[in-house]
Design a protein around this ligand. Sequence first.
Ligand code: PRP
Length: 211
Amino acid sequence: MKKIILAVPKGRILDEVIPLFEKINIVPENEFFRDDSRKLMFKTNNKDLSLIRVRSFDVATFVALGAAQIGIAGDDVLNEFNYNEILKVLDLGIGKCRLSVANKKEKMKKEYQNKGHIRVATKYKNTVVNFFAKKGIRAECIKLNGAIELAPKLGICSTIVDLVSSGKTLEENNLIESEVLLKITSKLIVNKISFKVMNNNISKLIEKFKK
Ligand code: PRP
């Protein structure tokens, strides 16, 4: 198979991916840049390369299943799924942020340290359960898909685990960052089987990103 699909995440990271594409001469069709476009798959200036623009968590799933051969995903997503079928081939140095524990301001920092059980609002259930299990704490996760910082504000828990970049969202919601679980950058990922049977187009694309 010659044609390849590259999965890119929607949202903030896309703003950093676009300049990267410019540098390595990947030119997507115009609709790719339009937020109001309902299109999900996009052509590029290379007839053998198409792009899909999906949620960050779904980049990993599409690549693991071989639906997309290559993708761009953060360590947060890769760690949460821990897919065997994915290889990290390159640190792209974009999307720098961290996955952190944060607590209500009025509560003591690291209040969970003396507890055997904790309630945590997060998108990252597996990561959180494993992280607290190592401390001997059973984490009960409230799975949210966004606006995690609202959970302590509205009283359903006092601890969250979420992405922190500037720290502004935590501050505005009266939360204090107490511990970093993971430092994150975006990685270029490749489906393991696609990597093994490496066709020319995939290796050329990886080389371009490496340069
Ligand atoms: C992310 C993350 C935090 C925020 C952190 O949310 O979940 O809420 O950014 O950034 P900051 O430290 O610079 O304030 P995003 O805006 O991607 O939307 P979401 O809440 O829907 O996940």
